[in-house]
Every structure is written in C-alpha cells, then in structure tokens.
Design a binder for this molecule. Sequence first.
Ligand code: GTP
Ligand code: MG
Length: 152
Amino acid sequence: MLKPDAMDRSDEILNLIKDHGFKIAKMKMVSLDKGDILRLYKEHEGKPFLGFLVNYLTTSPCLAMELVADNAVSRWMEFVGPTDPERARVEVPGSLRALYGRDKGYNAVHGSNNEEDSKRELDIFFPSTQVGNLSAPHTSATLEGTLCIVKP
Ligand code: GTP
Ligand code: MG
C-alpha cells in the first residue's frame, strides 16, 4: 500500500514496482477510516504510535494493491526496506523507504508481514478476493453462462 505521503509520486513508484518484477493484479485508491486502520494494524493494538498511524493514514487517500510475484510477500518486504527510512538509506539504499520515506513514522509504504496477513489485509481492501484461486474452470463456467444467456 502506498501511504498518503507517497501519493504525489505514485506514477514513479508504480513504475519501480513493475520494474522489480511485480504484477499489479489489483489496485484501488482508498480513503481509510479509523476502523480500517485498526483492522489493518491489529498486531499493534495498544502501541503508542497507533494514534499517529490513524492520523497519518486518514489525512488523504492511500493506494492499495495486490501484487503478484514468486515469494511476493518476502520480496515486497525487502523492496520496501526497514521501517526507519534513515536506516533504509544506509542499509538498503535502493529500497522504497530509502527513496521516498521521511522518518520512522512517515515512511511512504506498507507491506504485509507474512502470507496469512497478506490474505487478511487483501480482504480489507478487496473483499471476497480469491488469492491464488484464479483457475480457469471458474472463469470458463462464468463465460459459458454468459454465452447461454445471449444465444437466441
Ligand atoms: P508497515 O509496513 O506499515 O506495517 O511498517 P513496518 O512493518 O515496517 O513497521 P511496523 O508494523 O512496526 O509499524 C507500522 C507503522 O507504524 C510504520 O510503518 C510506521 O508508519 C509507524 N510506526 C512504527 N513505529 C513507529 C514509531 O516509533 N513512531 C512513529 N511515529 N510511527 C511508527
Ligand atoms: Mg508492519
């Protein structure tokens, strides 16, 4: 997810994401409310920076994406870089946070921690998404059904 502070450079960032071998399967601009953020960051319940996060992520829209690649979750985390952009600039200079983050709070992008979280989070942005279940039978059944309807 691109956080509000990354939105004015979203074109540039989307190109970098594609150049890194990720396919953007779904993309949606979202205006998050407090409830969405508490769901998204449920592992941080009770943390002192949760109030900051709610303010930060409700100020203006974010860009949510479903990214597809081999080992997408770990590759995305690596590309995102460490939470603190100052650290990212030293340790992973080509990472998104090194390039676009300001500080440990305003750090431009979000990534899921693991596959289970990625499924849970995708369901917040794209309800009823069927991760890894885009098989042909479902599609052809739908198409056949449609064809039947239009036949005389
Ligand atoms: P996400 O991909 O956004 O989940 O970041 P992360 O996994 O690298 O970090 P973490 O889940 O620990 O924290 C979630 C987000 O809360 C961070 O990305 C920051 O935006 C914010 N955050 C974390 N720690 C701090 C902090 O100490 N101070 C402030 N102001 N914000 C913080
Ligand atoms: Mg996190």
